[in-house]
Design a protein around this ligand. Structure first.
Ligand code: PMP
Length: 352
């Protein structure tokens, strides 16, 4: 710690991102990236943008992208916010919408960035336990609060909260902002964006990192009532008025325009997930029902940390969390056929 630090920095507990290994030979099933590349049309759009115009600033409002997203979801551009990955969008959400002094509620097992942002912005929070089946129990959130946020499907469990339950949550909490973090929604869920015109307290965030294979481009978005979006714009314009560069803007628009590629990739990932679940069950794993591009699995007789270490020695990396209730689980990203085969072979050896 340096005497030059602002006092609050010493208490910050920053997020520790999943490992991004330098060795490309590893079978990387630890951070839920898409095993398939982005649409060729995305690459074309980015190449077309690579020219003289790079000396010019990008559109500070990302208007073309907002219009594209608005058309895609049947909302107005003023209901769309875009940012540098959904992590940045979420930072603005916490900053702009959750500083009420009352505790923010989120599931005890969910995205580990939420408590980090609470620390950064001085937001009190309460982690609400998932039920015995690792599901979000909507009734537990029906009490005064300073906002609610949860991933849907949840991460790292993969469990989906149906739209009817989200509706109930919104009805029960009309005075608070409810944020649904839909990083993984395209792999089997129904987006709550269809509810934003009905519920002014609903904000939905999404990312292009998973279903649209663009984790490296860093594009995220939020859709909600125009007043909520305006709050996010005010915060953004107060410290970073150019969140997206020209390449990201061009690539993201093209990603939304290639619907066929998107649907095809999602279907392939979902089919591989279903196969992976069966394969893991055959190896003796219990697997939580997943609507995401990863599965959350435990082996009743084997220690998860040891399995993760054994996999790593065999060149396969998966995610293991030390948190008490889930320390016997592995979170495994759905890979392509070759990656899934490498995983199974390594697990087969370890469990033999
Ligand atoms: N929300 C959840 C639940 C996630 O798992 C992730 C990915 N780590 C994100 C948001 C952030 O994704 P990105 O910043 O790549 O858009």
């Amino acid at each position: 710690m340096s005497k030059f630090w602002s006092p609050f920095v010493k208490d910050l507990v920053p997020y520790v991102p999943g490992e991004q290994p330098k060795m490309s030979r590893l079978v990387k099933l630890n951070t839920n990236e898409n095993p398939y590349g982005p649409s060729p049309k995305v690459l074309e759009a980015i190449r077309a943008e690579l020219g003289d115009d790079l000396r010019l600033y990008p559109d500070p409002n990302g208007e073309r992208l907002k219009q594209t997203v608005a058309d895609y979801y049947g909302v107005q551009p003023a209901q769309v916010f875009v940012g540098n990955g959904s992590d940045e969008v979420l930072a603005h959400v916490f900053h702009a919408l959750f500083q009420h002094g009352q505790p923010l509620l989120f599931p005890d097992i969910s995205y580990s960035f939420y408590p980090v942002y609470c620390g950064l912005y001085g937001i009190p929070f309460e982690a609400v336990p998932l039920d015995a089946q690792f599901r979000i129990a909507v009734a537990d959130y029906a009490r005064p609060n300073g906002g609610i946020i949860f991933p849907n499907p949840n991460a790292p469990t993969g469990c989906l909260l149906p739209l009817a339950a989200i509706r109930q949550l919104l009805e029960d909490n009309g005075d608070s902002v409810v944020v649904v973090d839909e990083a993984y929604i395209d792999f089997g869920g129904e987006s709550a964006i269809s509810l934003v015109d009905e519920y002014p307290n609903l904000l939905v965030t999404q990312t292009l990192s998973k279903s649209r294979s663009l984790a490296g481009l860093r594009v995220g978005l939020a859709v909600g009532n125009a007043e909520l979006i305006e709050a996010l714009e005010r915060v953004k314009n107060s410290f970073n008025s150019y969140p997206l560069d020209r390449l990201a803007l061009a690539g993201a628009v093209a990603a939304f325009e290639d619907q066929d590629y998107f649907e095809q990739t999602c279907q392939t990932v979902v089919a591989s997930r279903e196969q992976l679940v069966v394969d893991l069950q055959d190896l003796g794993f219990e697997v939580l029902p997943s609507a995401a591009n990863f599965v959350f699995a435990r082996h009743p007789q084997r220690d998860a940390a040891e399995l993760a270490a054994g996999l790593r020695e065999r060149g396969v990396i998966v995610r293991h969390f030390k948190q008490e209730r889930i320390s016997q689980f592995l979170r495994i990203t759905v890979g392509d056929a070759e990656q899934n085969m490498a995983l199974q072979e390594a697990l087969g050896e370890l469990l033999a």
